[in-house]
Ligand binder design. Sequence first.
Ligand code: GLN
Length: 378
Amino acid sequence: MPTTIFEEMSLLARATGAINLGQGFPDGPGSSDLLQAAADAVLTGSNQYPPSMGLPETRRAVARHYQDHQDLDVEADDVLITSGATEAIAAALLAVISPGDEVILFEPTYDAYLPLVLRAGGAPKFVTLRPPDWRLAIEDVAAAVGPKTRAIVFNNPMNPTARAFDQTELAALAALCIDHDLVAICDEVWEHVLFDGRRQLPLIAFEGMAERTLKIGSAGKIFALTGWKVGFVLARPNLLGPLARAHQFLTFTTPPNLRAAVAFGLGKPAAAFETMRADLQRSRDRLASALAAGGFSVLPSEGTYFLCIDLAASGVVGADREICLRWVREAGVAAIPLSAFYASGHQPGDVVRLCFAKADAVLDDAAQRLIRWRQGAS
Ligand code: GLN
């Protein structure tokens, strides 16, 4: 199996000294009160195994957070703490899939999903979304569903497209899951990173979905501390129980100190989350407008740390991967080619992803480098 595109581009950025707008991580230190809470918990709290389901206070904090922010009717017992969302997705697939079951994946597909589906013995069925609007066409999903289909893996807001699906698309998807008795494995790690006044619409809240949805979240994206790897799963006992059995032999548990800090962070006032969104939205607009002024065709970004560029519409000729390899060496900017997220062979055009969760000066410098490169190349 090849190295992930994120690791490949980050290593190239380090080797060449390029600005790294590839792998999605913020360049700030994180909020000092959370860091202090983690440090205090290391020094004064327990450093022994927490329970496999998670510390009761962390599970309570996650449940309360979802009650407050998404109006979900959940209890601490509906929550399991994992080592990041990727572990939660692995455990979900191992719990839900039997060998030979088919799983619907939406392309461009976040890189971890396909290998994890295959390792669980599942057979992927791809539904391809298309730029510039990346709409979810329910007839395409219906066409991919067959008698062996067991689950969908659904990322909303979606990485790498930066799409936040709307009420109509979600209602249609929920109805389809119910009609075909499918389990929805919902990767909602970007649930707080939404722009232009959008609010998360969790699929688990749609009528008839509570018993068939595993909702996955992560502190890494909520608090801009991607290395912490504290994830959580919300589900009813019929799904959470089997997932817990898979989780106990993957990582069993995750560091208690970081969970204590996450529990503190999840209880912060709503204004803290609004500020985070507003700051990121400003960064998105700063990079998007600089690139657009320099002749790049920037696709809309409704959520996540990312925006995408349509290469052909920007007058840049070449395959997205080849352009990213040239950019890192010739322009000094690392980006992510969306071709890394297509396995079906139906990639609709060459698109690259840039991470804007960076300081203004870094974004300005990166935009100027790309604009200079484009002028030199055309
Ligand atoms: N989620 C990160 C991104 O989309 C990548 C995480 C990783 O490197 N595995 O950039």
